[in-house]
Design a protein around this ligand. Structure first.
Ligand SMILES: *Cc1c(COP(=O)(O)O)cnc(C)c1O
Length: 432
């Protein structure tokens, strides 16, 4: 029998996360204090927003960071996640390329986001925090945080970008079923939200982050949680790549091309950083590493690399990253999880250093690829994940035309079963 699935046992889960900061050839530019514009050496402002353990992880130079036992136990409900060989997709494309995907859609909320929501809720609970406040775009992050906070005995308040709140009511129901409170953003609960509340602003992640931070600053028992971009989020997501390395060994192949969709950069980083780190340390292998983004929110391919705020109101520290500007309001595309103005500092830095390439695709081509994948491999991908699929299909066709045999590994970061209205719009020709 030809294998298509490579599964690990619970006992094979990684016991540590991998921190690429230990292996970077050139250090990351430090975050800056938003008022003085000096490097943020005193972590006090960060400690108002995040628990100490996460601030330490954000700045840590240790290569490996232990995963707490309680987090491993919660991970084990859905991890290790499977790795599949996409044989039917290969055949349909008539390509000599071998295509593998790591499937993160098996988590309870259907994406990779619980990989960081669980440890974030855990460290906050350890330090006596009662409520986590956050923003969400498509609702994937809010769902993951609502789940994790409930499992660890905390409350969740979620500011959901208005356009998604209206387009994706089912995600709100997921969050509410876990006991989270959800508000469309701009809301009338914050000063910043009230300035925009009566306009027809569709909202943006930047605006929702400003609202969430303002909410936290008014509640001493609350802290803030971010679902992407920051170093500690990418750190937690490295469980994806660490497992995939073992699974590619089971498959008896080494990938030559790594692909992922990028919003803030966490599922992409989670897959590729362990592979890249090993090659930086040992110099034994080189990979083509490709980040895929929407043409309508192209922070890597069109953004500038400079210091910018993480939110619209300018409350966060300044991060050096690829950015479309913190007041950028992206068009209403359906891949809500990819509508952020900035890119993780780690991913931006690696892109500048030339370790990563980027591609941008328009939404119609992306849905065509997602549907082709559903009809060959059987999984309806999240629209975000379909960006990676579009790039993989193009690479596989290129391989056929040039007679090369790449081994492509991509991250199928979520399923699309709560995104069916977007597929419906695609079928009906309603996508712009
Ligand atoms: C949130 C999300 C993304 C984008 O976020 P990253 O931090 O770049 O991973 C991509 N895919 C899915 C399914 C998501 O939920």
């Amino acid at each position: 029998m030809r294998m298509i699935a490579y599964r690990l046992n619970g006992g094979d889960m990684p016991r540590t996360w991998y921190n690429i900061l230990a292996d970077l050839p050139k250090p990351l530019a430090p975050p800056l204090d938003p008022r003085t514009k000096a490097p943020l050496t005193d972590p006090a402002p960060l400690l108002r927003l995040f628990p100490k353990a996460l601030v330490e992880q954000e700045m840590s130079a240790a290569r490996e960071i232990s995963i707490p036992e309680a987090v491993l136990e919660l991970y084990e409900r859905y991890r290790p996640t499977p790795l599949f060989r996409a044989r039917r997709l290969e055949k349909a494309l008539d390509t000599p390329a071998h295509i593998y995907y790591k499937y993160e859609g098996v988590s309870p909320t259907g994406s990779h986001k619980p990989n960081t929501a669980i440890p974030q809720a855990y460290y906050n609970a350890q330090e006596g925090v009662e409520t986590l406040v956050t923003e969400t775009g498509a609702g994937q992050w809010g769902s993951a945080l609502a789940l994790a906070t409930r499992l660890l005995g905390l409350n969740a308040r979620v500011y959901m970008v208005r356009v998604s709140y209206e387009q994706k009511p089912l995600r709100r129901v997921v969050m509410e079923t876990y006991g989270g409170q959800v508000f469309p953003s701009p809301s009338n609960r914050t000063h910043f939200g009230r300035q925009l509340h009566d306009t027809d602003s569709p909202g943006s992640l930047g605006i929702a982050i400003s609202e969430a931070i303002e909410d936290v600053l008014a509640d001493e028992k609350a802290k803030y949680a971010l679902g992407s971009v920051l170093n500690h989020v990418l750190l937690h997501q490295t469980v994806i790549g660490l497992e995939a390395m073992k699974q590619m060994e089971l498959a008896g192949e080494a990938p030559t091309i790594l692909v992922g969709a990028v919003g803030g950069g966490s599922n992409f980083g989670g897959l590729v950083l362990p592979f890249l780190g090993e090659s930086l340390r040992n110099g034994n292998r080189s990979y083509r590493i490709i980040a895929v983004e929407p043409e309508s929110c192209p922070s890597l391919t069109r953004g500038e690399y400079r210091y910018d705020f993480g939110d619209t109101a300018g409350l966060t520290p300044l991060l050096k990253m690829h950015t479309l500007g913190h007041d950028f309001v992206p068009p209403k595309i359906h891949a809500g999880g990819l509508r952020y103005h900035g890119m993780a500092p780690i991913i931006s830095h690696l892109y500048e250093l030339g370790y990563i390439e980027a591609r941008a695709y328009p939404q119609k081509a992306v849905f065509e690829a997602g549907e082709f994948f559903a009809q060959t491999e059987g999984i309806i991908p999240a629209p975000e994940a379909a960006h990676a699929i579009k790039a993989v299909i193009d690479l596989a066709i290129e391989a056929r035309l040039t007679g090369t045999k790449p081994v492509i590994l991509f991250n199928l970061c979520g399923h699309g079963l709560l995104d069916l209205s977007a597929y419906d719009d695609f079928h009906a020709g309603r996508l712009e």
